[in-house]
Design a protein around this ligand. Sequence first.
Ligand SMILES: C[S@@+](CC[C@H](N)C(=O)[O-])C[C@H]1O[C@@H](n2cnc3c(N)ncnc32)[C@H](O)[C@@H]1O
Length: 235
Amino acid sequence: MTYPEHDHTAPSHDHQAHGHQGHDHAEGVPRGLGPGDGDWDERYAASEQIWSGQPNGSLVSQVAHLEAGRALDVGCGEGADAVWLARAGWQVTALDVAGVALGRAAKHAQDAGVAVEWVHSGLVEAGLPAGTFDLVNAQYPVLARTPDHESEHVLLDLVAPGGTLLVVHHSPADMAHAREQGWNPDEYVFPGDVAKRLGEDWVVEEDATRPRDVPLSGGGMHHTQDVVLRARRLR
Ligand SMILES: C[S@@+](CC[C@H](N)C(=O)[O-])C[C@H]1O[C@@H](n2cnc3c(N)ncnc32)[C@H](O)[C@@H]1O
């Protein structure tokens, strides 16, 4: 599936257009996961479509049993997960630093006939209200690891009591290619970083490395293993 570059529906919020997180990837845009800073728009603009257009397998398998409610998709990219959730009856907010990606995502949602609230911002900068979402989904996020673990705390805080946090990333064992391309996974938040910050209000429902449902097209097809953290907030 391809999404034409015209007739974008404007994102409904524009909290921050760049999402710079203090890392310098001046040498250009690597393949694989891509840059952690404001180069994301550049990367998306360089091709008509980056990702497969299909929802992530780890989202579908981990969430299909949940009762639909309010969902947040963090780093939604071209919107396939947000659209899948909206089709499944979720009331979806989807957030990304890349306006180019959000334009494609909005077109995808329009074509699918579903409504999604798009937020143009980095996660930390968005200032979304705590305790709001019955599901927070972060698939292969690119969130800077910081000494105060700000991204991890924001992810946890956004989940409503009784809600679910799903954080999925590529297995560290799968990262040789990304490192070769100049992307250092040690600078970014992985499911294990989030797991370490779960307090007594949380129960871990899944914490595992699993074979990835590799997409048939699009970027990142060389990643074959997912690290999956699914946790539920008790109160
Ligand atoms: C590897 S892509 C994953 C996209 C999507 N979740 C998927 O699975 O197809 C990472 C996404 O995170 C976005 N991003 C980068 N920094 C971000 C930040 N600080 N907050 C939110 N999104 C960010 C990028 O623009 C990009 O769309």
